[in-house]
Ligand binder design. Structure first.
Ligand code: DON
Length: 319
């Protein structure tokens, strides 16, 4: 990348610089047409590949945006990060470490082999097995209550009530045989107490919540801000939970590409197959990106490049 790494001053650069660099990042990658729109969930194949939105929200609530930042898409795997934070808040650091794990699998996000090779451990909360186990750990009397808690919790991160995209939910619910197998495998290893198919259903709903690139930036900025939503001022989770969540995002958030991502971009981040990415710069803010064309690991191509550019140009890198 032919752009110098800005040194970190511990806070975001001046507002004019950020506003200018977001527009530049958008212009620079808008014509990149590499990658493919996900189609293993049938409805996702209908996404417009030209969409591209970038949003940066600072811990002071300031926002800097370019492109399609108001377009809604399904949050997909990015939900895993925020459900994990909610569950950490409920059951604590030790319990999630023991019950879910925090190490990268080095394998695809929907791998069953990763569990079998590791004595039934779901390995980490950012792959499907660990995310389904994590959703099952959210205290609730019924699946309906669990879903309500997930939706309300993610809405507090976004600072607005998030809606379920029924069409995406149905499309995935009709085709998610592999995730149901993961739920059953978790049950067989004694790793899932609630009903496995109902838990997979809650997980499928959480993945079908509609967000925008702006929402992702606000959600990420809440993690950057010790759990305080910079727009609403609400303490959504504790500072300790933000630390736990960001460490798992750094090691596992970009799947089997997490090491390369950290090497090149240097920020805890999470991607989803609809084309969203959230990248968090603790104490400063977060980048929310949306563009549907994905690389083979399932990460948005334009989103990754824009995050790399912004990380360098704004001095966001942790290291
Ligand atoms: O479980 C699934 O397959 C989807 N609901 C989410 C997968 C996903 O976003 C993986 N991401 N890159």
């Amino acid at each position: 990348l032919d752009i110098a790494q800005r040194s970190s001053t511990g806070s975001l650069p001046p507002a004019d610089d950020i506003a200018d660099l977001v527009v530049r990042a958008h212009a620079r990658y808008a014509d990149v047409n590499e990658g493919r729109v996900a189609d293993y969930i049938p409805i996702l194949a209908e996404a417009d590949p030209a969409r591209f939105g970038l949003s940066i929200v600072g811990v002071d609530g300031s926002a800097f945006e370019a492109g399609d930042v108001g377009v809604e898409f399904s949050i997909q795997s990015i939900s895993k990060a925020f459900v994990f934070a909610l569950v950490c808040e409920e059951i604590g650091h030790e319990a999630v470490h023991e019950l879910v794990g925090v190490n990268n699998t080095g394998l695809a996000f929907n791998s069953l082999i990763a569990m079998e090779l590791n004595g039934g451990s779901p390995m980490n909360p950012m792959v499907n097995a660990g995310a389904i186990a994590t959703t099952g750990l959210l205290p609730a009397e019924s699946s309906e209550e669990r879903w309500r808690r997930v939706r309300e919790g993610l809405s507090r991160f976004a600072g607005r009530k998030l809606a379920l995209d029924e069409v995406v939910y149905r499309s995935e619910a009709e085709t998610n045989h592999r995730n149901r197998a993961i739920g059953k495998l978790l049950q067989s290893y004694g790793r899932l107490d609630p009903d496995p198919l109902e838990t997979v259903d809650v997980y499928t709903r959480q993945c079908a919540l509609s967000v925008t690139a702006h929402d992702l930036a606000v959600m990420g900025a809440t993690l950057a801000d010790g759990g305080v939503n910079p727009i609403t001022g609400e303490q959504v989770v504790s500072a300790a939970v933000c630390r736990d969540t960001l460490t798992v995002l750094a090691s596992c958030g970009m799947y089997e590409r997490s090491g390369e991502w950290l090497f090149e971009i240097g920020l805890p981040a999470k991607s989803g197959v609809a084309g969203g990415i959230v990248a968090v710069s603790p104490g400063k803010g977060a980048v929310g990106a949306y563009s549907p064309r994905l690389d083979p690991a399932g990460n948005s191509v334009r989103g990754q490049r824009a995050c790399a550019y912004l990380s360098r140009a704004l001095g966001l890198n942790l290291f």
